[in-house]
Design a protein around this ligand. Structure first.
Ligand SMILES: *Cc1c(COP(=O)(O)O)cnc(C)c1O
Length: 396
C-alpha cells in the first residue's frame, strides 16, 4: 500500500493483501457455481463473526451503512409505532431522522457529547409506553463513544421491544455476542472493521426481527425490504442462485476472504472473535498511551465508554482544524471532526482491522500525529509518544 499515504480514518480502512487480491478478480456472474459457493460461504461466515444462531439470517446487499440503518428502521417499525433511539452522536441522530421519516413515534434519549444515555434513562423511555424497537449505536464514529450493548439488549427484551445495534464502526472490532445477548439486529458496512472496500451493507436479523417484518402493517420501500432480499440470502446459503437485484459480485466474493481471515484467528469462531476483539482492545490501549504522551485528551468522558476502533481527540491549545492536513504531510491520513456541535474542535484516528497486525504502521501514525502537532506550534515529545505506544504494543 505504498501508492498513497497510510489511511487511518474511521473507514474506509487499510485492507489486507488477501482481501485486496480477492477484489482483483474478473467480475464474476452472480449465478456462476463458484460465486454461489463463495457468497453462500461468506453469508454463513457472517453468522460466525456476528456470533448469531442458525435461525438468524445474514444479509449482504449493495449499499453502505446508512442503507443498512434505513432498512432496519423501515423493516422493524411501521408508521405510528413507537421507537426509542439512545443517541451517542451524529449516527444516532441520523437513525432518529430515518424513523421520523418512516412516520414512527420517535423518542430520542440524548446524551452530552462524549457521554452515553444511562440505562435508567433508556429504561424509563421504554417503560413509558409500548415500544416496537430500541435503536442504539454501538460505536458512534462522531464522538468515539462505545456503549455496552449487552444490558441494552436485555432491557429491550424486558420491555417487549426489539433491539437494533448500529455496528458500522464496531462489528468485528468491538465485543458483540448476538445470540448470547439476544440482540435482534446488528448492522454494518464493508469498509469499516470488517476490512473490505466500501459497497456492501451487511446485517444479521434475529428470528424475532424477521417475524416482526413479516407482521408489518406497511411494507418498506422494495429495495430496502428484508422480505425481498430474504429468499436471495436463503438461496445462496443453500447453494442456489437467485435474483432480486444484482449484488456487487466482486465485493461479495472478497467478503468470504475477509471473513475467513477473521475466523482464522482462533480454533473456533468464538475463540477467533475473542482474539480479534482483544487485538482491537490492546491496540487501542497502545494508541491511547501515545495520545496521552502527546498531551491529547479523548472526547469520550470515561475510558469505559471509549471505542477501541477509533480515537476521537480534542485539538490541544494552539492546534486548529488544519491539523489533519499537517498530519497528512507526514504520510498518514486522519479524519477531521464530524459531529456538528464540535466539528472544528477535534479530530479522529481510525485503528481497526488489518492495520493492527502491523505495529510499525501504528507507530508511524502516532509519529505523524506528533509531527503534525509540532508543525502547528504545539510543544510535544514525539519520540516519547512513539516509545509509549511501542512499549504497550510490545514492539519497542
Ligand atoms: C460510517 C458509519 C455509518 C454510515 O455508513 P456509510 O457506509 O457511510 O453509509 C453509520 N453508522 C456508523 C456508526 C458509522 O460509523
Amino acid at each position: 500500500m505504498s501508492d498513497r499515504p497510510l489511511l487511518m480514518i474511521p473507514g474506509p480502512i487499510e485492507i489486507s493483501p488477501a482481501v485486496q487480491a480477492a477484489t482483483g478478480i474478473a467480475p464474476p456472474s452472480h449465478v456462476s457455481p463458484a460465486f454461489i459457493e463463495g457468497f453462500g460461504s461468506a453469508l454463513a461466515s457472517m453468522r460466525a463473526v456476528w456470533q448469531a444462531d442458525d435461525r438468524a439470517l445474514p444479509f449482504a446487499v449493495p449499499g453502505g451503512g446508512t442503507l443498512a440503518m434505513e432498512a432496519a428502521a423501515t423493516n422493524l417499525v411501521a408508521p405510528g409505532e413507537r421507537a426509542v433511539v439512545a443517541s451517542t452522536g451524529y449516527f444516532g441522530d441520523r437513525m432518529a431522522e430515518m424513523l421520523r421519516r418512516r412516520g414512527a413515534d420517535v423518542v430520542l434519549v440524548p446524551s452530552a457529547i462524549g457521554d452515553a444515555p444511562t440505562l435508567a434513562a433508556v429504561g424509563q423511555a421504554l417503560a413509558t409506553a409500548p415500544t416496537k424497537a430500541l435503536f442504539v449505536t454501538h460505536v458512534d464514529t462522531s464522538t468515539g463513544v462505545c456503549v455496552d450493548p449487552a444490558p441494552l439488549a436485555a432491557l429491550a427484551r424486558e420491555h417487549g421491544a426489539l433491539s437494533c445495534f448500529d455496528g458500522v464502526c464496531a462489528t468485528a472490532g468491538e465485543t458483540f455476542d448476538m445470540a448470547g445477548w439476544g440482540a435482534d439486529v446488528y448492522l454494518t458496512a464493508s469498509q469499516k472493521a470488517i476490512g473490505l472496500p466500501a459497497g456492501l451493507a451487511l446485517w444479521v436479523a434475529s428470528e424475532r426481527a424477521l417475524a416482526a417484518r413479516e407482521a408489518l402493517s406497511v411494507p418498506p420501500p422494495l429495495t430496502l425490504d428484508w422480505q425481498a432480499w430474504r429468499p436471495i440470502m436463503e438461496a445462496y446459503l443453500a447453494g442456489k442462485p437467485s435474483y432480486f437485484s444484482t449484488p456487487p459480485t466482486t465485493l461479495a466474493w472478497a467478503l468470504r476472504t475477509g471473513l475467513d481471515e477473521i475466523l482464522a484467528g482462533g480454533a473456533t469462531p468464538a475463540a477467533a472473535m475473542q482474539a480479534r476483539f482483544a487485538l482491537h482492545s490492546r491496540s487501542a490501549e497502545a494508541m491511547r498511551a501515545g495520545w496521552t504522551a502527546l498531551g491529547l485528551t479523548a472526547v469520550p468522558v470515561t475510558r469505559q465508554q471509549t471505542a477501541h476502533t477509533l480515537s476521537a481527540l480534542w485539538l490541544p491549545d494552539g492546534a486548529d482544524a488544519s491539523l489533519p492536513s499537517r498530519i497528512a504531510a507526514h504520510g498518514v491520513i486522519v479524519a477531521g471532526g464530524l459531529h456538528p456541535e464540535i466539528r472544528t474542535r477535534y479530530f479522529r484516528v481510525g485503528h481497526m482491522g488489518d492495520v493492527l497486525n502491523h505495529p510499525d504502521r501504528l507507530l508511524t501514525t502516532v509519529r505523524a500525529v506528533g509531527l503534525g502537532l509540532r508543525d502547528a506550534g504545539v510543544t510535544v515529545d514525539v519520540d516519547g509518544a512513539v516509545a509509549a505506544t511501542a512499549e504497550r504494543l510490545g514492539a519497542a
